[in-house]
Design a binder for this molecule. Structure first.
Ligand code: GLU
Length: 289
């Protein structure tokens, strides 16, 4: 980042459930960082998962953030409005010959892993065992022609050969980090149902929005290993990172949408104030990952 570049910090929730105290903590973390640095505070709606995300939940995010006193730049970028940006990035990677179609279902992958003696696991679960990696051009063409749905995966081995140098990032919490993307393996960059994936769209958006500081929970620390690879392949400058601690409830359980953790909406409807929310966050224990 050059010293004259405007700094931007972002908070990037997904409207697939109600925001909870963990989100509020993350939002305040980014907001305070932006405030201290005199940076723009960017809110981005990460709604590529069109089956689980919806506009009502998106509106709820605005309401909740406004209520806890957070203000953001407008217009807000909504990922589902920008499929073309992700297609452009995919085309670029495809021109470098670094993508391959994968026709596997979850079941195919599980069966292959069960058959093999070692099944390496990474933070995203099973590391893809490469079933579709070496299919011939003809087989791929036939399957596509037959209408079989497919994802596009990054051929990590080829990608790293193409980059041909170690990759690093600077993490404000942990210092200089070397990227070890093998823990993720051949990541899906285009899902079967949408022309992107979490890894691709986050990297593209952070670049297009000029994000200079990525703050997010340490549960996403692993993702940065892959994001560095994608940034390098796409010719993007890496931002600074700060993976912050995660907070838990009194029982040490991490807040999560799937646990139906106490939402900001429920707190508001039950007469709590934004100051109560802040106090609850401050008194929340830290999660041990
Ligand atoms: N949308 C992601 C989430 O809600 C955050 C993505 C990111 O910060 O990189 O967990």
């Amino acid at each position: 980042m050059s010293s004259t570049q405007k700094t931007s910090v972002r908070f990037a929730p997904s409207p697939n459930g109600y925001l909870h105290l963990g989100h509020a903590f993350s939002a305040f973390f980014a907001y305070d960082k932006a405030g201290q640095a005199g940076s723009d505070f960017i809110l981005r709606i990460e709604d590529i998962d069109t089956n689980r995300c919806n506009k009502t939940l998106e509106q709820q995010i605005y309401k909740d953030l406004e209520w806890i006193g957070i203000k953001w730049e407008t217009p807000v970028r909504r990922q589902s409005d920008h499929w073309d940006d992700y297609r452009t990035a995919l085309n670029k990677l495809d021109r470098l010959n670094l993508l391959y179609p994968c026709f596997c279902t979850r079941k195919d992958i599980k069966e292959e892993v069960d058959r093999s003696l070692s099944a390496p696991h990474g933070p995203e679960g099973i590391i893809y065992p490469g079933l579709c990696k070496n299919l011939s051009k003809e087989t791929r063409a036939k399957k596509i022609e037959a209408g079989l749905p497919y994802t596009l995966r990054l051929d990590l081995e080829k990608a790293l050969k193409h980059i041909n140098k170690p990759l690093y990032w600077f993490d404000e919490e942990k210092g200089k980090q070397e990227a070890h993307p093998h823990e993720i393996g051949d990541a899906v960059l285009m899902r079967k149902d949408i022309p992107t994936s979490y890894h691709l769209s986050v990297v593209v958006d952070d670049h297009l929005q000029g994000i200079t500081h990525v703050t997010r929970g340490e549960d996403l620390f692993y993702a940065t290993h892959m994001h560095r690879v994608l940034q390098e392949l796409l010719g993007y400058e890496p931002p600074l990172y700060h993976h912050h601690r995660l907070i838990t409830d009194k029982n040490g359980k991490r807040f999560a949408k799937r646990n139906q953790s106490l939402s900001i909406k429920t707190l508001r409807e039950n007469g709590y104030t934004p100051d109560d929310v802040k106090r609850m966050i401050e008194s929340s224990p830290t999660s041990i990952l």
